[in-house]
Design a protein. Structure first.
Length: 147
């Protein structure tokens, strides 16, 4: 790969992330920055190999949070209508579970290895990807919350 092709790819990534920010919901806060988004997708991809450590979908994530499971919750920021999952950040806060938003539901679905989109994902820690999970967990906990 030549240097020009590498530069074009990075320009496309920046434009792609910035373009996706235009379609965010009003409640998409805290939003992961570009670097954290990539790290979260990497963690989701590693967790998708271990299906018992990954919860996908609104009903499944909500059910397991209410049963007492702990982990990291990732929301897609471009879900419409927003009423479908507007209650979930409150559920996460009541359970003291850190959460954040990523710009695209399609990218979140692709990180899971699916052709479909995903609006909510919860990842639990496992020894195979503990280092990536811990970095993501701490980064999400330190994100500023708007009031």
């Amino acid at each position: 790969m030549s240097k020009n092709e590498e530069v074009e790819e990075t320009i496309e990534e920046v434009d792609d992330y910035d373009l996706k920010l235009k379609f965010l919901n009003k409640i998409a806060c805290p939003l992961a920055n570009k670097k954290l988004t990539k790290r979260l997708f990497k963690c989701v991809k590693k967790a998708s190999a271990h299906k018992t450590y990954l919860r996908q979908g609104l009903k499944e994530v909500q059910k397991h949070i209410r049963r007492g499971e702990r982990g990291l919750v990732i929301f897609a920021g471009d879900v419409s209508p927003v009423d479908t999952y507007s209650h979930m950040p409150i559920v996460c806060e009541e359970a003291s579970i850190p959460y954040c938003y990523v710009p695209s539901k399609l990218d979140l679905g692709h990180a899971l290895g699916s052709k479909k989109s995903a609006c909510v994902v919860m990842i639990r820690s496992k020894a195979d990807y503990k280092d990536v999970f811990d970095k993501c967990f701490e980064s999400v906990k330190s994100l500023p919350m708007k009031i």
